[in-house]
Design a protein around this ligand. Structure first.
Ligand code: NAD
Length: 376
């Protein structure tokens, strides 16, 4: 079986789905690994490192035409669908809710696909949880980027020439990204407040030394998978009203609010941004799914009345070495479980007839071995 990787085509995507050390692990599982020439360039990995890990360097078309599994970061580009063979498997983020046409084209070509967004957000699946591994780095970078734009330091400083008060940071949405943003801002010495519609996160916010902001917006809660429920327009209005005072006092605001499968809620209207202090910084981490901030622009930094709004889509890509490493491992585990399940199912079927029972035993044992190997 061959697993292949090719360069991403989206102009602002610099992460890669396979590192040489992960290529070695595929080899140990018995797979051949095909890598498009120059694939690691964006994070300074030479083709030679892949060759040393046992992979083969090929042209883009060769990788796509010959691989049984193609791994990527973003949804497949047109040439992938064109060249990949029927019955092969594509693994990447897919944005499946918004990409019906793409899903139809994949189905027409009989290309199976795994959308990394649909890996269950449960402890047992954590190794494969690419959403978490990536937004964790994004949350860190949101604060770093905001801090680098702010004309203030974040910690309190007591100097002979006077005392500098700590910067005030407000994090809206306390999932994986928000928690990392809180932790990063705290580490830098800021005074941090946070809000989420899921009241269960209050304790997590406090455990990081930040203050949970309480806004009464009525019944909220979360789905059985832990995702926020969508607010009604009236609830959203109450939330905006309740955030105004804190916004007017904040130096940095990071918005991370998402509702799974839906457009991101607009939490800061243009009026609210205009009422903020000139010099303050807003990072809209939801910019790619519609944005939490009115006026934020995809991959642009805009200035409204002295307030800087950063709409950078690929914040994990700011630390592309780390995010690629985590993505690469998440894809490896997902691919390995799929291979293990297929071997196991085919093996079980073969056990049904005496002529193929021996092969059935061998296949299901191999499936078990792979599943155990990636779990440990
Ligand atoms: P997400 O990206 O879907 O949303 C980010 C945050 O925005 C969430 O905390 C959500 O509640 C919040 N939000 C939505 N609407 C909002 C609004 N109007 N105002 C303020 N905040 C709003 O979330 P995520 O980081 O992907 O996490 C989703 C869930 O998965 C969480 O419950 C998380 O704890 C859980 N999770 C579990 C594991 C695990 O291994 N058990 C791993 C990762 C995540």
């Amino acid at each position: 079986m061959i697993i292949g990787v090719v360069k991403e085509t989206l102009s602002y995507e610099n992460r890669i789905p396979l590192l040489p050390e992960t290529a070695e692990k595929y080899k140990k599982l018995g797979l051949q690994v095909y890598v498009e020439n120059g694939m690691g360039n964006s994070i300074h990995i030479e083709d030679a490192a892949y060759i040393k890990a046992g992979a083969e360097i090929k042209s883009r078309a060769e990788v796509l035409q010959q691989s049984d599994i193609v791994a990527g970061i973003r949804k497949p580009a047109d040439d992938k669908i064109l060249h990949m063979k029927a019955g092969s498997l594509h693994i990447s983020f897919l944005d499946a809710f918004n990409e019906k046409d793409l899903l139809n084209r994949l189905a027409e070509k009989k290309i199976n696909s795994i959308s990394m967004e649909f890996v269950p957000r449960i402890t047992r699946a954590q190794k494969m949880d690419a959403l978490s591994s990536q937004t964790n780095i994004g949350g860190y970078y949101a604060v770093m980027l905001a801090a680098s734009h702010l004309s203030k330091v974040l910690p309190m400083m007591m100097t002979a020439a006077g005392t500098i008060s700590p910067a005030r940071v407000f994090i809206i949405g306390v999932g994986v990204a928000g928690l990392q943003a809180i932790a990063t801002a705290k580490r830098l010495g800021a005074r941090v407040e946070a809000f989420d519609t899921r009241a269960v996160v209050e304790e997590q916010v406090q455990s990081l030394g930040a203050k949970f902001v309480k806004i009464d917006i009525g019944e909220t809660g979360q789905t059985k998978d832990g995702y926020a429920r969508e607010l009604t327009p009236e609830q959203l209005e109450k939330q905006r009203e309740g955030m105004k005072k804190i916004l007017s006092q904040s130096d940095i605001v990071v918005t991370t609010a998402q509702v799974f499968g839906k457009k991101a809620p607009v939490l800061l209207t243009a009026d609210m941004v205009q009422a903020m202090r000139p010099g303050s910084i807003v990072v809209d981490m939801a910019v790619e799914t519609g944005g939490n901030v009115e006026g934020s622009k995809l991959n642009q930094t805009v200035n409204i009345n002295g307030v800087t709004i950063i709409g950078e889509a690929n914040l994990p890509g700011r630390a592309a070495v780390n995010s690629s490493q985590l993505m690469s491992e998440g894809i490896l585990v997902s691919a390995a479980y799929i291979i293990a399940s297929v071997l196991f199912i085919v093996g079980l079927k073969k056990l049904g007839s005496p002529e193929s029972a021996k092969t059935g035993n061998a296949l299901s044992a191999l499936g078990m071995f792979i599943a155990v190997a990636v779990t440990l």
